[in-house]
Design a protein around this ligand. Structure first.
Ligand SMILES: Nc1ncnc2c1ncn2[C@@H]1O[C@H](COP(=O)(O)OP(=O)(O)OP(=O)(O)O)[C@@H](O)[C@H]1O
Length: 240
């Protein structure tokens, strides 16, 4: 590569008639340096996407589809002390641990956030987030509203916070009921909690409505948010 950056007087061939590489070479010579193929802006930093919202709005459904579509996005599997539901897989949906194992992780400061939710512990292992981001992956964290508030305190603007909601309370309840994974007492608590939780939307960066039968559209909106975040001049640069 030439180090002499002084412009030279060269004759530049006519743009409409000249051979393409002759023209480029003459432009380079005239400007005193080669045209660099290096990226003009650095590769965007790995992103932490926090997806939250009331029970039954479709967080799992959105995240499952999102990670199918975006190879560079990894779901950070939460640890929980609750029992496995039918169809759930260890290490894919959750890491299922005993209460004692969970409390040991808390003691050893291994969790980014943790909470007691409907009588069971849930928490996000720091190690997994660090390792994935170290390998250049974007990560998606799935937390309830309480967890999102804790993460906002811990991470501030280092992560992007997305509030997912159904289009109405009625739709949200229908989804929860149709899922048939909660007993009636649990349903009551989840619905009462959801009524309070929707009031917290203002502390999020984005809100996405997951309308009945329109899961793909909700997923596309979250993808658009990630793309916009990647195009930001000032990146969030999360370092844990
Ligand atoms: N857009 C949609 N239209 C219709 N059904 C949906 C839509 N999105 C999700 N569902 C269904 O609604 C139910 C609840 O969704 P999901 O389990 O993903 O919610 P969640 O927010 O993860 O709930 P929780 O916090 O209680 O685990 C599931 O049976 C899911 O398949």
């Amino acid at each position: 590569m030439s180090t002499d950056s002084r412009p030279r007087t060269v004759s530049i061939p006519a743009a409409d008639a000249a051979d393409r590489s002759d023209l480029i070479r003459a432009l380079e010579t005239s400007l005193g340096s080669h045209f660099s193929s290096d990226p003009i802006v650095p590769t965007p930093s790995p992103l932490i996407v926090v997806i939250s919202g009331p029970s039954g709005v479709g967080k799992d459904a959105v995240i499952n589809r999102l990670t199918e579509l975006r190879r560079n996005l990894h779901f950070v599997v939460t640890c929980t002390s609750r029992a496995k539901r039918p169809g759930e897989t260890e290490g894919k949906d959750y890491y299922f641990v005993t209460k004692e194992q969970f409390l040991r992780m808390v003691e050893q400061d291994e969790l980014l956030e943790h909470a007691l939710v409907y009588g069971e512990y849930k928490g996000i292992p720091k190690k997994q987030v660090r390792e994935l981001m170290g390998e250049g992956y974007d990560v998606v964290l799935r937390v309830d509203i309480q967890g999102a508030e804790t993460l906002r305190r811990v991470l501030g603007q280092k992560a992007v916070f997305v509030f997912l909601t159904a289009e109405s309370e009625a739709k949200m309840v229908e989804r929860l009921v149709d899922r048939r994974t909660e007993r009636k007492e649990e349903l009551l608590v989840r619905i009462a909690t959801a009524r309070e939780e929707v009031k917290h939307v203002s502390s999020f960066d984005y809100v996405v409505v997951n309308r009945e039968g329109e899961l793909e559209k909700a997923v596309q909106t979250v993808e658009a948010i990630i793309d916009a975040e990647k195009a930001k001049v000032r990146q969030r640069n999360a370092v844990l």
